[in-house]
Design a protein around this ligand. Sequence first.
Ligand SMILES: Cc1cc2nc3c(=O)[nH]c(=O)nc-3n(C[C@H](O)[C@H](O)[C@H](O)COP(=O)(O)O)c2cc1C
Length: 221
Amino acid sequence: MNVSDAVKARRTIRGYLPDPIPDDVIHEIFEIARHAPSNSNTQPWHFAVVSGNARDRLQAAIFDEINAGTKPYPTFPSGGVGLHGIYKERRRACGFGYYATMGIDRQDMAARNRLLLKNWEFFGAPHVGFLSMPETMHRANAVDLGIFLQTVMLLMTERGISSCPQGALGSYPGPVKAIADIPEGNAILCGLSFGYADEGAQINEVRMSREPLDTIASFTS
Ligand SMILES: Cc1cc2nc3c(=O)[nH]c(=O)nc-3n(C[C@H](O)[C@H](O)[C@H](O)COP(=O)(O)O)c2cc1C
C-alpha cells in the first residue's frame, strides 16, 4: 500500500472487534510516527495509549461523570465552537448522514444521544489514545498534533488497523488524567479509538463526501 492508497482507504470506523493489536505493532506505529514534522521541530505531541483493564476502567470512570450529570469540560474549545455558514452546514450534513445510516430520525434526540454516548465507549475499540500538548500552547502548535494524528492513522491503515479520531475524547479530562499517562501540564486535544474493524457493523457503513478540488485549493501562476 502506497501513501496515496492509504490516504484514500482510511475512513473513520466506529464498530470494532474486541481483539487487541499486538504491542509490538502498536509500538512500531509510534516509532515511525515520531518522524512527523513540527514547527521549529518542537514535537509538542504526546500520545497516551490505554488498553486492556485500564481501558475498561477509564470507560467506567468517564460514565460515572456523565451519569452524575457532569457537562463536558474540555481544556481546549471543541471543534464545534464558532462554526458558521458552510462549515455549520457541513457539520449538520455529517450528523444527518450518520443518523440516516443508523436508521435514526433526526428529530429523535434520545436515539441521537445514545449514539453520541458511544464516543465514550470508544465505539467498542480495544485501544484508545489521547493526544495532548502543553496547555500553554495554542492553534499553531495544534497543527503539529494534526499532522502527527494523520501520520498515525495512515500507518494504522497500512497495517489493516482502523481508527476513529474523536474530539469528544477531550470532553472529560479528569478521569483520563487519572488513568492514562498524560504528561504534567499537558491538555488533551482529541482522542483516537483504534482496533480491527467489525466489517459487518452497520455503523461502519457511514460514508462521508468531500468537496471538489476547486473549492479547497487554488493554483495561481
Ligand atoms: C479532529 C477530529 C475530531 C473528530 N471528532 C469526532 C468525534 O468526536 N466523534 C466521532 O464520531 N467522529 C469524530 N471525527 C470523525 C469525523 O466525523 C470524520 O473524520 C469525518 O466525518 C470524515 O469522515 P471519514 O473520516 O470517514 O473520511 C473527528 C475527526 C477529526 C479529524
